[in-house]
Design a protein around this ligand. Structure first.
Ligand code: MG
Length: 368
């Protein structure tokens, strides 16, 4: 049983190496929030992969702190927990805020792993200790700039390249990359930037021979994603749409997704990730684990998820650290050869927050 005695929230800001632009906004500094919880001799860590502003998810650093203080920390301290999935179920009494719930669910995994002396990825049912991954390249001002950025990643050893696209920064950009790198495993992520009126145009992207088109339409739009998937040869991958197990079930029933990108934060943690993974595996739909720019704490949870047997496509995990000017964990998480990451094999999530590394980025520290 896990009894949590003390919880602390840490807000941080880490400058990015270069601005990261997606269809909905630009980020120059990564604002984030970590939580630590003590149970006896063990301290577990979790991170809500949110930002200062709600450009990816409706949650932010401030809402995470608010929900933690008002709801999740009182719940966490209210009883002893058998394991993370008990907390996951109890937290369902409160609507939404899954990125914040995920932080607490993951820190319970970290505590449980430390109590048992086992790494989380093994407890979760993982089958690999090295995870394939590939970079995600933000929107550039010109096709030439994008080709240059892709070229740098290819030189660094990348085997799968994902490029962000948006209306007006799509076809000429994909065309240029495909011409420059005819054999590259290439995919396009639109972060929900298109509408059903764009379907015919998106179907035309079949000519770029993409591994997949990721989340072209709105988060809520399973219906038109199903129409697109029926019409297009290129596999359609859902990312933002997959918020819960039930939504995933509906997406699979409607054949709205040929591939599913599970984000550990977006679905509320590793227990939900495993359930959605299992559902996709039963339906024969490959999954992969999406990334968000965040510290090594959220990254380590993503790596554990990417060890699951059905996570057969390269993950975004690992590339957050490539965008940050520093990280806060030891041992450092590093991409190997431009295309793979080893999952830390220490008990729990396998990494620890290093107070000296955190200090220069720390904005506030709150006992909750
Ligand atoms: Mg995506």
């Amino acid at each position: 049983m896990i009894k949590i005695e003390a919880v602390t929230a840490y807000r941080y800001a880490i400058p990015l190496r270069q601005p990261f632009r997606i269809s909905t906004g630009e980020v120059r500094e990564k604002h984030g929030i970590l939580f630590s919880a003590r149970s006896g001799d063990h301290v577990g860590w979790g991170e809500a992969s949110v930002d200062a502003v709600p450009f990816y998810t409706s949650e932010t650093v401030e809402t995470a702190l608010h929900i933690a203080r008002q709801v999740l920390v009182p719940l966490l301290k209210s009883r002893s927990w058998d394991g993370p999935d008990g907390f996951d179920q109890a937290a369902e009494a409160y609507r939404g805020h899954r990125f914040t719930k995920a932080a607490f669910e993951c820190l319970l995994w970290d505590v449980l792993g430390k109590m048992r002396g086992e790494p989380v990825w093994r407890m979760l049912g993982g089958v690999r200790d090295v995870v394939e991954c590939g970079p995600s390249i933000g929107i550039k001002d010109s096709p030439e700039q994008l080709v240059k950025a892709v070229g740098e990643q290819v030189s660094a050893g990348a085997k799968r390249i994902k490029v962000k696209v948006a209306p007006g920064r799509d076809e000429a950009f994909l065309q240029a990359v495909r011409e420059a790198f005819p054999g590259m495993v290439l995919m396009a992520d639109a972060n929900a930037a298109y509408t059903p009126e764009d379907i015919a145009r998106i179907v035309g992207w079949d000519r770029f021979n993409l591994l997949m088109v990721e989340q072209p339409l709105a988060e809520e739009d399973l219906y038109y994603h199903a129409e697109l998937a029926r019409t297009m040869t290129t596999p359609v991958c859902l990312d933002e749409s997959i918020t819960t197990g039930h939504v995933c079930r509906c997406a699979l029933a409607m054949k709205a997704a040929d591939i599913v990108n599970i984000k550990v934060g977006r679905v509320g943690g590793l227990s939900a990730t495993k359930r959605i993974h299992d559902m996709c595996q039963a339906a024969g739909v490959p999954v992969w684990i999406g990334g968000r720019i965040s510290s090594g704490i959220a990254e380590s949870a993503r790596l554990a998820a990417a060890s699951l047997p059905g996570a057969t496509l390269p993950s975004d995990a690992g590339f957050a650290s490539a965008y940050l000017t520093g990280d806060i964990v030891t041992p450092p998480l590093a991409v190997q050869g431009g295309n793979a990451m080893a999952i830390p094999d220490q008990p729990g999530l396998g990494v620890e927050v290093d107070r000296d590394l955190l200090e220069p980025y720390l904005i506030s520290e709150d006992m909750l």
